[in-house]
Design a protein around this ligand. Structure first.
Ligand SMILES: *Cc1c(COP(=O)(O)O)cnc(C)c1O
Length: 359
């Protein structure tokens, strides 16, 4: 067996211990005589699994009791519709467009009401996060939507944006559980799990209870937060196995010191990479320093052919999936929780050698 360092933006690396446990339990989970994949979601064994997963997630993220946790399907992209369907009470919502995913969310919301873009960083290819202040938010907007970490452009909010007394909704797909966040500052947080938490197929929604029950009449039942909350995410078959793996990942994170420790490790990994890039004559980081993501590190050589050569040679050296998103080119190293520090060290070593050889 040989594991490589996988810098994919998602689906992405999972902790080796978690994969080993999955493998060991594949034929017989805990004496049940079957895999978690094969289990009825209504069985007592599975009921214990989903309850424990939620409890560990709550502990890890310090989620207050007045928030519901939903385990859903459809990816973060489905939430681009679910959010306006459930939360656009008066029909108005404000969006900050800081990248491709937030733009998609904004476009989707326009189908359901008066969605307004109150700030955008499209003018500079999303190299920064547009700052917002409470006076930019419309008086009668139901919520403000932001994408907390922009996976494609490698930017992140340096702090929780101030939207006054408005409900803040955040897409945290690529940064959830990477560091502590104050959940109470948000009305709703959602995330596709395949970046930092689990295999693809699971989407997690954290929603403040008082925001439930105001969905539009024609909201599909599968997108209805209240319906899902009332049924403990079991209105229909949930993504059982992905939920189970998410639970193992939460246990792994808790065992390794929780989100404070994740943050420290992630900061160290990101610093290793950014510090080298900043000192390099060949590589250049594309995001403005103040807004650099800790999870997705985007960089270029300035020469598309050289970028291509870099990715090809890196792949051959066991440093995989470093190609930037198809819409922007260049390189992107996604260094989520499960990426060990050695992976980043190897990448920096490789970059140094590449720079020397291509000076
Ligand atoms: C990956 C990603 C999405 C899309 O997620 P899907 O689960 O593929 O729909 C949305 N937002 C952000 C920030 C992402 O990183």
């Amino acid at each position: 067996m040989s594991r490589i360092y996988n810098f994919s933006a998602g689906p992405s690396m999972l902790p080796v211990e978690v994969l080993e446990q999955c493998a060991a339990e594949m034929l017989d989970y805990n004496g049940s005589g079957m895999s978690v994949m094969e289990m009825s979601h209504r069985s007592p064994v599975y009921d214990a699994i989903i309850k424990e997963t939620e409890a560990d997630f709550r502990k890890l993220m310090n989620i207050p009791d007045n928030y519901k946790v939903l385990f859903l399907q459809g990816g973060a992209s489905t939430q681009f519709a679910a959010v306006p369907l459930n939360l656009m009470k008066t029909g108005k919502a404000d969006y900050v467009v800081s990248g491709q995913f937030s733009k998609k969310a904004y476009k989707e919301a326009q189908k359901y009401g008066d969605a307004k873009c109150i700030a955008s960083s499209e003018d500079r290819t999303y190299a920064y996060i547009p700052e917002i202040t409470p006076d930019m938010v419309r008086e009668d907007a139901d919520y403000v939507h932001v994408c907390y970490n922009n996976t494609i452009f490698g930017t992140k909010y340096p702090e929780v944006p101030n939207v006054g007394d408005k409900v803040l909704v955040a897409d945290m797909s690529s940064c959830i559980t990477s560091e502590p966040v104050d959940v109470t500052k948000f009305g709703c947080i959602y995330a596709g799990a395949q970046k930092n938490m689990a295999p693809a197929g699971l989407t997690v929604v954290i929603i403040r209870e008082d925001l439930l029950g105001t969905e539009k009449e024609f909201t599909p039942v599968m997108l209805n937060y209240k319906e899902m909350a009332d049924n403990d995410s079991m209105y229909n078959t949930p993504p059982c196995y992905a939920i189970y793996v998410a639970g193992l990942v939460y246990k792994w994170a808790l065992k390794n010191g929780g989100l404070e420790a994740m943050k420290k490790r992630n900061e160290e990994k990101a610093a290793l990479l950014y510090d080298y890039i900043d000192s390099s004559k060949l590589f250049k980081a594309t995001a403005d320093k103040k807004y650099r993501s800790m999870m997705n590190v985007c960089f270029v050589t300035g020469d598309a052919d050289l970028d291509k050569k870099f990715c090809k040679e890196a792949e051959a050296a066991g440093l995989s999936n470093l190609k930037g998103h198809r819409s922007v080119g260049g390189m992107r190293a996604s260094i989520y929780n499960a990426m060990p520090k050695e992976g980043v060290e190897k990448l920096v070593e490789f970059m140094k050698a590449f720079e020397a050889a291509n000076a």
